[in-house]
Design a protein around this ligand. Structure first.
Ligand code: MN
Length: 425
């Protein structure tokens, strides 16, 4: 479908002008009502749609779906069905909810069963994440952090332009938007000290990232080639990779991030599929030197997705501190996945792979406080006049992502969570 066709797709469900969720989007998520009835669902405008109800009412009879595939507290089973089924579902939904289709539109009893205002539902973790990988794919971010941690001469490690660098992170501490986290505690080496201290992190940071969620992969030993990699990517979310910089700086040599990262990561609740993003496809940056053949993919391997980070101090209006774009990333998702599996490593439906901090070329496009405040030397001013080198207790971080072209908008909503004071134990 072209951008023009997507734009012309009208629904009988009302869609506010600035909505991230036109009929063309059809993101997938999991929500509960009244704290109990849990279902997989989608969203059009401000309407949350219970897919398990629609399946029970017979609206998906033409698709080869297992019984109760949506009556689950995760999307893993649906994701594992593969792209042909996802596309058949998407097509069916576009017909069912298009303006001139009356089957559900004119059936009030069915609408009452399946359609809810988004404010009446509580969004939950959309997938069970068995494995989580965090890449480090922004050249601007890697360069900035390299300069701060190692100096200008050693900013980019010799492997960086040849390998989509990554590490295995902690899957079970990934939480959905709205879940607040406590400031972590750990070891830090204060400046000019020769012994570490233990206490609450003093350099609490966010990382603006996006993550992709994989479909069922191949058996151990088999690789996913760069040209087929997108077939194994179900969709994307906005990802906040919370980072305790002082803990990270002291611990990261030689094995990389550990307690500076594993206390929590936050995601936006709706998974936007690559099929919905397709009309916003964009070229990746030129790669020089040319990567090894197994990493050479198509040029337009990324998507034009506007990103924004706001900090909302307690009781104060939010201040936008960063505007970036997913297309700045040096390594594409296809290259990341091809690299991840080139040694025969397996992937599962519901695995999450985060991009790494997405910094752009300008100082207002840096995707972390570490870079925005340049290690605390250039504090940011909030709308209430207070300053931030890093995050303070009770600061809320809000990340948003959307695509827009020719007046047509499609997006992810937001991931929002608050840093609570450290637990005093
Ligand atoms: Mn990260």
């Amino acid at each position: 479908m072209t951008l023009q066709q997507a734009k012309e797709l009208q629904s009988w469900v009302p869609i506010p002008n600035d909505s991230d969720f036109p009929l063309f989007n059809l993101p997938l998520g999991v929500f509960s009502r009244d704290g109990e009835a849990v279902s997989c669902g989608t969203r059009i405008g401000d309407t949350a749609i219970d897919l398990s109800a629609l399946q029970q009412l017979g609206y998906f009879d033409a698709i080869d779906l297992p019984d109760d595939v949506f009556m689950q507290d995760t999307l893993n089973d649906f994701i594992a069905l593969g792209k042909d089924i996802h596309r058949a579902w998407r097509k069916e939904m576009m017909v069912l909810f298009s303006a001139d289709e009356g089957r559900l539109r004119d059936n009030e009893a069915h609408r009452v069963d399946a359609l809810f205002n988004v404010r009446e539902v509580e969004m939950m973790m959309p997938v069970f994440v068995q494995d989580y990988t965090d890449f480090y794919s922004s050249k601007e971010h890697a360069t900035n952090v390299g300069i701060m941690f190692r100096g200008k001469e050693n900013a980019l490690m010799p492997n960086w332009l040849h390998i989509p660098v990554g590490y295995h992170g902690r899957a079970s501490s990934i939480v959905v938007s709205g879940v607040d986290l406590h400031r972590p505690k750990g070891q830090q080496l204060p400046a000019d000290a020769d012994a570490p201290v233990y206490g609450p992190c003093k350099m609490m940071d966010f990382e603006l990232e996006m993550a992709f969620i994989t479909t069922e992969g191949k058996p151990l030993g088999h690789r996913i080639k760069v040209e087929e990699a997108e077939d194994y990517i179900f969709g994307m979310v906005v990802f906040n990779d919370w980072s305790a910089r002082d803990i990270q700086k002291w611990e990261y040599v030689p094995l990389g991030p550990f307690l500076g990262k594993n206390f929590g990561s936050s995601i936006s609740p709706w998974i936007v599929t690559l099929d919905a993003l397709e009309i916003f496809r964009s070229n990746s940056p030129e790669q020089s030197p040319q990567p090894l053949p197994y990493l050479q993919g198509k040029k337009d391997a990324t998507f034009d997705i506007n990103l924004q980070v706001d900090i909302e101090p307690q009781g104060c209006e939010a201040t936008t501190v960063c505007r970036s774009n997913f297309k700045y990333l040096y390594w594409s998702m296809a290259q990341q996945l091809a690299h991840h599996t080139v040694n025969g490593c397996n992937i599962n439906a519901g695995d999450m792979m985060a991009s790494g901090t997405i910094s752009g070329p300008t100082e207002d496009s840096y995707g972390s406080m570490l870079e925005l405040s340049w290690k605390g030397t250039k504090p940011l001013t909030m709308k209430d006049g207070s300053e931030r080198k890093f995050l303070q207790d009770n600061d809320t971080v809000i990340m948003k992502a959307h695509c827009e072209q020719d007046g047509f908008r499609l997006g992810f909503g937001e991931v929002r969570s608050t840093i609570l004071p450290a637990i005093n134990d």
